[in-house]
Design a protein around this ligand. Structure first.
Ligand code: ADP
Length: 682
């Protein structure tokens, strides 16, 4: 019995129990056990035919066997099995003791002890044994079930872990019940793991449960959705496809099974495929655009372009090329022949590139004809081989250029060049002629200058010659008038006075001529000094005193205070002032004559202003010329040789100044001498 209590294995237990019963006097004994399916079958027996024993299998649910009833009632009994089913197994009345054990608080039927021949002592022994054995068997069975369950669980876990995808079973509240290692890696953190990992796991849990909460879960049907989690080890994003399904287990209740499938790589791959596809499309579009562009270019080129294959046949040509190489719309036999000729010329040119030339390009001239008219058309051709990747020729592109116009232009250019050469020659001749003329003129000018100098020289000399006798005349006249040669009669005195005044006039003219001649001959030296304007004005007016008195005009002097000193030839300035004042007095019947001086920053102006007869506009320039007077009629009123202003002008110019006039007929004139304040270089 102690052995029985130690027994951990059912069969051994049963055998031991049967043995013990035999020891207690039973001739026959059997131990039956209730299996998982609720059947009761023999575990061990003694004193029985084995073949017959095997038939002793009871079904708990069926009550057609006396032993079944014993089991149902759970009461130890003594009974006869003779004449019943199983008869022949037991030769005498039997004791039957149901074996009852406990699982938790429940009592469960675990088996049956049968022993014969029945006696009250055997019943008591069997009962005692049954009590112990029932518990023992239930414990062993329970233990076995537990072990089996654990083993199954371990197997299931192994299975789950063998699946590469994370699998999670959660209850309806979202609590995780089972997770395979892959799921744990993502969703479970253990003590002592890194902070980063724990945080990632917490985040994943949050993402996972919110995804589950959002999934409209249905019984039997898996819902799918995308779930982005974080790799707790690497921190990188992981994209999963979350498939969840509600499952119901009779024992465990309702739960949710979720399988996560990593689609990160899949997504990456699909993105890559998308990207590649996009790139390919782009490349195709570009290629198409490129081809369109090329077509456009080829069509818009006015020159014929042809593409030839390696055999020399024309593969493609643009519209301008068709003019030469396709028969016209209504082709005549001649035009067809011309097209053929063009074709032959062209083909031989291109094949030369194939067979003769080593280079990839050929440049040359082709003689084509217009298929319509037969007119020869000189054409310049450039062919280029089109090479494939490995250097083999896949075709030849040729561009032709009609040189008719160029040839015409060249002819025209030649003509133009000739004309221009002729013109140049003429210009050269004309220029030479001009040079001759210039030389002639230059000589003439020199001659003229020499003549003018001679003239001036002559005049200077002659004036001198004039003056000497004239001075003699004046001297002797003066002697006579002064009565040095005896008393003169009144008439004689008048006549002599006339001689005197005419001689003086002549002398004045001769002096003027002499002045001009000296200026012209460059023999009038400049003697610049610094002098005061006031003194000069005073001197001039004093010298003209007799004339002023006789004219009975109001003569005024205007000179600003602190007038600057002048740097000029004083005698010449005085001569000009005397001349201008004399003229003003002469040509002013009434009114006034004003002598005025003004100082500008750069200039000094000396003006003689009269209220006289004035000078017509057209005469205003002329009066400065030699021997020129405003009134040149023979019956003119005023005397003079017309040299005064001409001399003044020359003198002013010698000093770097000028003389100008402003005048209105009948109202008066203003003559102005302008002199630079600083001496002009001369
Ligand atoms: P002439 O010795 O003949 O006066 P000028 O050269 O001094 O020679 O003058 C030339 C002419 O200019 C004069 O004949 C005169 O007709 C005219 N003329 C000069 N000054 C005046 C003036 N202040 N008013 C009017 N006419 C003048």
């Amino acid at each position: 019995v102690e052995y029985l209590l130690d027994c951990e294995e059912m069969t051994a237990c049963g055998r031991r129990a049967v043995e013990w019963l035999t020891e207690q006097g039973a001739k026959q004994a059997a131990c039956l056990v209730v299996d998982d399916e609720g059947r009761v079958s023999p575990l061990a027996a003694h004193g029985m035919n084995d073949g017959r024993l095997a038939q002793l299998v009871l079904d708990l649910d069926r009550r057609d066997h006396p032993l079944s009833n014993v089991l149902a009632r759970r009461q130890p009994t003594t009974l006869e099995l003779n004449g019943q089913r199983g008869a022949g197994l037991f030769k005498a009345p039997v004791v039957a003791v149901p074996l009852v054990g406990a699982v938790g608080r429940d009592s469960v039927l675990t088996g049956l002890l049968v022993a014969a021949p029945a006696s009250p002592a055997l019943l008591a022994d069997a009962r005692w044994l049954g009590d112990m054995l029932g518990h023992r068997l239930s414990r062993i069975s329970h233990r076995r079930l537990q072990l089996e369950g654990e083993r199954r669980l371990a197997r299931e876990q192994l299975l789950l872990n063998a699946v590469g995808d994370p699998i999670i079973l959660t209850d309806t509240e979202g609590r995780m019940l089972i997770a395979n290692t892959q799921a744990e890696r993502l969703l479970a953190a253990r003590e002592g793991e890194s902070e980063g990992r724990r945080r990632a796991v917490a985040l994943n849990n949050m993402l996972f449960s919110s995804a589950l909460a959002r999934a409209a879960l249905q019984h039997g049907a898996a819902t799918r959705r995308e779930l982005l989690l974080v790799d707790p080890e690497e921190g990188s994003d992981l994209l999963y496809e979350l498939m969840s399904m509600v499952v119901t287990d009779p024992r465990e209740g309702t739960g949710i099974v979720s399988v996560l499938r990593n689609v990160t790589d899949l997504r990456r791959a699909s993105e890559q495929i998308d990207e590649n596809y996009r790139k390919q499309r782009l490349a195709e579009t570009e290629a198409r655009a490129e081809r369109d562009r090329l077509d456009l270019i080829i069509d818009s080129v006015a020159d014929p372009i042809l593409l030839t294959d390696p055999s020399g046949a024309i593969v493609m040509m643009n519209a301008p090329a068709e003019r030469f190489f396709t028969a016209p719309h209504q082709a005549t036999p001649e035009s067809a022949k011309r097209v053929q000729a063009n074709d032959a010329h062209f083909t031989s040119f291109v094949s030369n590139l194939f067979f003769l030339d080593q280079g990839t390009r050929r440049h040359g001239d082709l003689g084509l004809v217009d298929p319509q008219t037969g007119a020869p058309i000189p054409v310049e051709a450039i062919s280029g081989k089109i090479l494939a990747e490995h250097g083999e020729v896949t075709g030849v592109v040729t561009i032709l250029h009609d040189r008719t116009e160029a040839v015409e232009k060249a002819l025209l250019y030649e003509e133009l060049k000739r004309a221009s050469e002729q013109l140049e020659e003429r210009v050269r001749d004309a220029t030479a002629e001009l040079v001759n003329q210039n030389e002639l003129l230059r000589r003439q000018r020199i001659e003229l200058e020499q003549a003018s100098a001679l003239k001036s020289q002559f005049l200077a000399n002659m004036s001198h010659e004039f003056r000497t006798p004239l001075n003699a005349i004046l001297g002797y006249t003066s002697l006579l008038l002064n009565g040095l040669s005896g008393e003169l009669q009144a008439q004689q005195k008048r006549d002599l006075s006339l001689v005197d005044s005419n001689a003086r006039h002549l002398l004045a003219i001769i002096n003027d001529i002499l002045d001009i001649s000296r200026i012209e001959a460059g023999k009038m030296p400049l003697r610049r000094t610094r002098f005061a304007m006031g003194g000069l004005m005073h001197e001039v007016l004093a010298e003209l005193e007799p004339l002023i008195t006789r004219s009975r005009l109001a003569v005024r002097k205007q000179l600003p205070r602190q007038f600057p000193l002048l740097f000029a030839d004083r005698a010449k300035v005085k001569q000009i002032m005397l001349n201008l004042l004399t003229n003003a007095l002469k040509f002013t019947p009434e009114g006034s004559v004003t002598l005025q001086a003004r100082a500008e920053p750069e200039w000094v102006a000396i003006a003689v202003i009269d209220t006289g007869i004035g000078i017509a506009r057209e005469d205003q320039q002329r009066i400065f010329e030699d021997f020129s007077q405003a009134d040149s009629s023979p019956a003119r009123q005023y005397g003079g040789a017309g040299l005064g202003l001409a001399i003044c002008r020359r003198l002013a110019e010698m000093m770097g100044g000028r003389i100008s006039v402003a005048s209105t007929m009948g109202r008066g004139s203003t003559f102005t001498l302008t002199l630079p304040r600083r001496a002009a270089k001369r």
